[in-house]
Ligand binder design. Structure first.
Ligand SMILES: [Zn+2]
Ligand SMILES: [Zn+2]
Length: 334
């Protein structure tokens, strides 16, 4: 079969590999869609400390169980299920977390094997009728977005700012609407990408320059109730604090580059305005199941966000599209 393997930074090869064999407790699937995201770009350029090459990449996985034909979606982040955090229900911050496409071969392959530990934490979800494989593959990033918005308590009547108009930003806009946000504003410094995203998700306003001033103007000087940074930008995080309303919640959804994780923030804004800053680290198996439901019920449509469908042989073109910001969602069809 064909797979796309990471060998070293800048070196991903589409090559032949033997079909994997499922051991006890494992599940073999025929991958139908595995979508790409910014993380794949990061891995391609810099590698990842959890990836020991060669490794089949791809973590946004949907396919058919070999033998039964059951249509399934698979989690990306695998909590251990037994540590103190997992027992307290905090599965997104399990210190023993492993990931598909990192510790285990992922979905950029015709066939793959789902490890027993994924099944043990309910990490394999039946795809509801009416939901296609490509849509189902987007349940994983939507699950991460769901985790972020539940930590930031996005709810009815909130004015929400989403900074970053990539696929994750688009999902944030859609989910905020589904959760009853009053208005959603989309910010990006790349005017072209912002226009492409706005065309699809129709925010109440778009902002491409002077983000803080513009958001204050749009909110009558009050600021936003929730600000979500869906970009690997310290500047965006600093701006987020300055455009936040009193008692606002700020989600540092996107992580910062490892070599530049320090930002400057006015701690008195947090103190006097009673701001809450939250992080977001992937998603739990339960978030994945809930995300699939949101897609199935039409509460968060994702089909129109999938702008490119490519065969496995073009996985590098897909990663390039994502890295240039020239696509919303790129999915690979092995
Ligand atoms: Zn991803
Ligand atoms: Zn754990």
């Amino acid at each position: 079969m064909k797979v796309a393997r990471f060998h070293a930074p800048g070196d991903i090869r589409v090559e032949d590999a033997p079909e994997p064999v499922a051991g006890p407790g494992e599940l073999k699937i025929r991958v139908r869609n595995c979508s790409t995201c910014g993380t794949d770009v990061k891995i391609f350029k810099h590698g990842h400390h959890h990836i020991r090459p060669p490794r089949v990449m791809g973590h946004e996985i949907a396919g058919e169980v070999v033998g039964t034909g059951e249509r399934v979606q698979v989690i990306a982040a695998i909590p251990c299920g037994t540590c103190e955090e997992c027992r307290r229900g905090r599965r997104t911050v399990c210190p023993n977390q492993e990931s598909m496409g990192y510790h285990y071969d992922g979905g950029f392959a015709e066939y793959m094997v789902i490890p027993a530990k994924v099944r043990a934490v309910d990490g394999v979800n039946a795809i509801p009728p009416g939901v296609g494989f490509a849509e189902a593959s987007v349940a994983e990033p939507l699950a991460c977005v769901l985790n972020g918005q539940s930590l930031a308590r996005v709810g009815a009547g909130d004015d929400v700012v989403v900074m970053g108009a990539g696929p994750i930003g688009c999902l944030h806009v859609r989910l905020a609407r589904a959760r009853g946000a009053a208005r959603v504003f989309l910010v990006d410094v790349n005017a072209e990408r912002l226009a492409m995203a706005a065309d699809l998700v129709r925010p109440d306003a778009v902002v491409d320059t002077d983000a803080v001033d513009q958001v204050l103007k749009l909110t009558g000087g009050r600021g936003a109730d929730v600000v979500i940074t869906a970009a690997a930008s310290g500047a965006a995080q600093e701006q987020a604090l300055r455009m936040a309303a009193r008692q606002a919640r700020i989600s540092f959804f996107g992580g910062l580059p490892k070599d530049a994780p320090i930002i400057a923030l006015d701690s008195n804004l947090v103190h006097y305005r009673e701001l809450t800053i939250v992080g977001a680290n992937g998603s739990s198996p339960a978030h994945n199941a809930e995300a699939l439901q949101l897609i199935a019920e039409g509460l968060v449509p994702v089909a129109d966000l999938i702008t490119h469908r490519l065969p496995l042989s073009q996985v590098l073109d897909g990663i390039d599209l994502v890295s240039r910001g020239a696509a919303i969602k790129v999915t690979i069809e092995p």
